[in-house]
Design a protein around this ligand. Structure first.
Ligand code: F3S
Length: 641
């Protein structure tokens, strides 16, 4: 039987398990990536493991999230990261060099290799045929130390692209169509693998937009084959030697297939407050807007920004609209400056930000209250912009730029001649904003924002506790552990950060958790979707949360809970959710023994209502050892002894 591209890469990297969907496998990790918001913790964890140097082919830290320096916290983190990176062998990308996924695609991503990144949009590198997976920082720390990455062998969903996009439709519209069809849960435990004759019509940056936002379906990864287009891109980046061809076998078998005829697609928009609430731009046309944001790791390539520049050329931004724009990398910024497009952008009245995540992570540029913001980013969860009642629509750069001029949501298809941009034969390659490791064992500068890692205890024999909080469906990690300009700089200071856990849902949660000495969280469907942020497990752990019981749970978050010694439990009968109230006392006798013995179903007594119900404990043998020992860090320390 033939293999898919995903299976070929996994086969080459397999260190344990069998390639059967649903089985746990271990794979060798070639590259790792962290960014500053996940990196401080990952580096502290790496230090705690007592390993002196990274053992991967390449490891990178990109400073792109906390670049807004409103206090000492972020700059303290930056120097800490720079020092540790130099000592342990990690390439440091300085603030201003760009957004991790864009820069990584340009300079380091390689077809056929594996990348583990502490950021949920790591699959962007799938644009060149790399198997790139977003995880929590601790998993990356383990991989930096040479440990394999363990995952459930994914099923492979084939997304067959046929034909060619009509002139005003774009790569963003393709992935919005995927989201519309699969929903924010449809990619769970799967890799989205693209094929079909339509693939040949898409450049690498366009493919990367699609693999980037595949993360919103919950997919483990997304990837394209590596072909002549990939080769041209790498050649233009001065990296042709990294190229190798990679395609599925003719008789490859997929678990599911989805066909998207590209010529039928029209400009789309994801409506508030979920990336899968997709409508056509035409359906929304005429809606007044207050803000337009062009940028983020989804749409900030040379191609995206050049298209925006061409649309803005000779026009003015509507007086009621604030257009902010950020290139994904210094390379893109430099090229726009060199070819004069930046001047056109400035002339239009756009506000140009530095090359960083910025508004995407709520670091500045919050819309006005109840404002309508059109963004080219990948997420529109409530409150992520910093304005609770903002309405965020996710669109392509073309739709965003056209609408910035008209002041209302506008279908670019009605705007006359479509823009067309070709990729250059050679990009402006300049690696001077990377600091390559010196291995000089320098003294590490630790500012007051760098606090010691909280330590989890070994699991108790029984689990007893109060339901500290009952939440509904689709709770995001943004809601569990919000980011934004006030909270994000506290990433390396867990006691301070923990004060904000569940702030958008119930600000009294941290106080209650501390008063009760910890307890249990009750979630609905798809608990922990969204960003990979491990702080959504780490900070609750610090507050004494021992277990999360939910109807269903997002993959990365479930793994993060295990990593930090919090038990992820699923309701055997989702209807039981209605019978449990916040404040109920729950009791699971023999919890630790059940974890260790491989029990898959457990009995929970609700001491308040007197009812009993079953929960599922769906863990691998390795995860069970980690949980009973108090999390990955304790487990790694034991292994290294
Ligand atoms: Fe940054 Fe937003 Fe991407 S925070 S890494 S631009 S999803």
């Amino acid at each position: 039987m033939g293999l898919t591209v995903t299976q070929k890469i996994i086969q080459e990297h397999l260190v344990s398990g069998e390639m059967k969907a649903g089985e746990e496998i271990g794979i060798k990790v070639d590259h790792t990536l962290v960014q500053d918001a996940t990196g401080t913790m990952a580096f502290l964890q790496f230090e705690a493991m007592g390993i002196s140097q990274v053992k991967t082919e390449k490891s990178m830290i990109y400073v792109d999230h906390n670049t807004l320096q409103t206090g000492f916290e972020s700059p303290d983190d930056h120097v800490f990261l720079q020092d540790v990176a130099s000592n342990i062998g990690v390439i440091y990308s300085r603030p201003g060099n760009g957004i991790c996924h864009q820069v990584n695609l340009e300079r380091f991503a390689e077809p056929g290799k594996t990348l583990l990144g502490a950021d949920s949009h790591t699959p962007t590198a799938g644009g060149v045929g790399m198997l790139a997976i977003g995880v929590g920082g601790l998993d990356v720390a383990v991989a930096m130390g040479g440990g394999p990455f363990y995952l459930t062998m994914p099923k492979i969903i084939n997304i067959k692209l046929t034909g060619q996009l009509s002139p005003w439709a774009s790569a963003k519209d393709i992935v919005l169509e995927v989201l519309k069809r699969l929903s924010v849960k449809g990619g769970l435990k799967a890799v989205l693998e693209y094929s079909g004759d339509g693939v040949k019509t898409l450049s690498v940056p366009e493919r990367a937009t699609i693999t980037n936002m595949g993360a919103e379906t919950g997919a483990t990864s997304s990837l394209f084959p590596s072909d002549e287009i990939t080769r041209e891109f790498l050649k233009a980046q001065d990296r042709e030697e990294a190229w190798k061809p990679l395609s599925e076998d003719e008789d490859a078998v997929y678990d599911q297939e989805l066909v998207i005829p590209l010529n039928e697609l029209q400009p789309l928009a994801a409506c508030p407050h979920s990336p899968d609430h997709v409508k056509t731009v035409q359906e929304l046309a005429g809606m007044k807007i207050n803000q337009v944001v062009i940028g983020s790791c989804t749409n900030s390539s040379y191609l995206d920004l050049m298209k925006a520049a061409q649309i803005l050329k000779g026009k003015k931004v509507d007086p009621d609209v604030s257009l902010v724009l950020a290139c994904g990398s210094r390379q893109v910024f430099q090229m726009l400056a060199d070819n004069g497009s930046l001047a056109e952008i400035i002339r239009s009245g756009a506000r140009v930000l530095e090359c960083a995540c910025g508004p995407c992570i709520g670091m500045g540029q919050s819309p006005k209250s109840a404002g309508v913001s059109l963004r080219t980013i990948n997420r529109n969860f409530k409150g992520r912009t910093g304005t609770k009642d903002a309405q965020v629509y996710l669109v392509s750069p073309e739709t965003a730029a056209v609408s910035a001029i008209t002041g209302v949501i506008t279908d670019p298809a009605g705007m006359g001649e479509p823009v067309s941009v070709a990729l250059p034969e050679r990009f402006a390659v300049d690696d001077s904003m990377f600091i390559f490791p010196a291995f000089d064992q320098r003294e590490i500068r630790r500012g007051p924002n760098i606090k010691a890692l909280p330590v989890q205890e070994e699991m108790a024999d029984d689990l007893q506790g109060e339901v500290l909080l009952k939440v509904g469906d689709n709770i995001t990690t943004d809601q569990i552990m919000p980011a934004g300009a006030k909270i994000l700089p506290l990433r390396s200071n867990i006691p301070a950060m923990a004060e904000h856990v569940f702030e958008p849902v119930d600000p009294t949660f941290p106080g209650r958790a501390k008063e009760k000495g910890g307890g249990i969280i009750l979630g609905g469907d798809n608990y922990g979707q969204g960003s990979s942020r491990e702080h959504a497990a780490l900070a609750p752990m610090y507050l004494g949360v021992k277990a999360v019981i939910a109807k269903s749970m997002a993959r990365i978050h479930g793994d993060n809970l295990v990593n930090f010694g919090i038990v992820p439990l699923l309701l055997a009968d989702p209807k039981i959710y209605e019978t449990i109230a916040q404040g109920d006392q729950l009791d699971v006798k023999g919890m630790k023994a059940a974890v260790e013995n491989g029990a898959e179903e457990l009995n929970v007594r609700n001491l308040t209502s007197g009812k009993e119900f079953s929960v599922k404990l769906l863990l691998t043998a390795r995860q069970r050892k980690i949980l009973s020992g108090g999390g990955t860090l304790n487990w790694m320390k034991k292994q290294n002894r």
